[in-house]
Design a protein around this ligand. Structure first.
Ligand code: GLN
Length: 201
């Protein structure tokens, strides 16, 4: 294993800088990915939050969608918020193209206008006690497949039943919140552990 895994952060749009800094603080070598050819050198990738429709527009360029599709089907990938939407098997509100590699269904912008952003604390399967989660026009995970592990959940509110917020399917990790916006490093640390295991089982 490379002592320091090489992790790319997709930097077409959205909250990429903070992810890269967090991963570097935890010992990864990071690259901001703006061209499909940069994917070849990477052990893993973070697809950050932002606007999934805008990501899709940028990805239409120069074979990027196909190259990224091949990457997410083989390497460790962490998708947050819009990134989670891009990985999902099924997207609603409205239906939208996605890589379909993570066996979940997501509903975009699912928490209503009054509730566009929220900071909530909830129990998590991660060691170390409750997890603070920052939601920004977040999607809701409405279905998880049998191979998907739920690591954190958002409590039921006026906007519906409780829903998973952090899920893992083998080498794939996805969050509907923004773990890069809190001081807690456990979610990025988990991704690094997944990457280290995948590159050097
Ligand atoms: N609402 C955005 C979307 O549907 C996601 C928001 C986010 O990434 N913070 O793509």
């Amino acid at each position: 294993m490379p002592e320091s895994p090489h992790i790319g952060v997709l930097a077409l749009q959205g909250a990429f800088d903070v992810h890269a800094r967090r991963l570097a603080d935890l010992g990864a070598t990071t690259t901001l990915v703006r061209k499909p050819a940069q994917l070849d050198a990477l052990d893993a990738l973070v697809i950050p939050g932002g606007e999934s429709t805008t990501f899709l527009k940028h990805l239409e360029r120069a074979g990027f969608y196909a190259a990224l599709g091949a990457f997410v089907h083989t390497k460790p990938v962490f998708g947050t918020c819009a990134g989670c939407i891009l990985l999902a098997k099924e997207v609603t509100n409205p239906p939208q193209k996605s890589f379909g590699v993570l066996d979940i269904a997501v509903e975009r912008n699912a928490y209503g206008r009054q509730n566009e952003s929220a900071i909530l604390t909830a129990d998590t399967a991660l060691p170390g006690g409750p997890l603070e989660m920052v939601f920004i026009r977040a999607p809701r995970i409405t279905r998880v497949g049998p191979s998907v592990e739920v690591l954190a959940t958002r409590e039921a509110t006026g906007h519906g039943a409780s829903s998973p917020t952090l899920v893992r399917q083998g080498r794939l990790l996805a969050a509907t919140f923004h773990p890069e916006l809190t001081a807690d490093t456990r979610v990025h640390q988990l991704f690094l552990d997944i990457v280290r295991n995948a590159t050097h089982p």
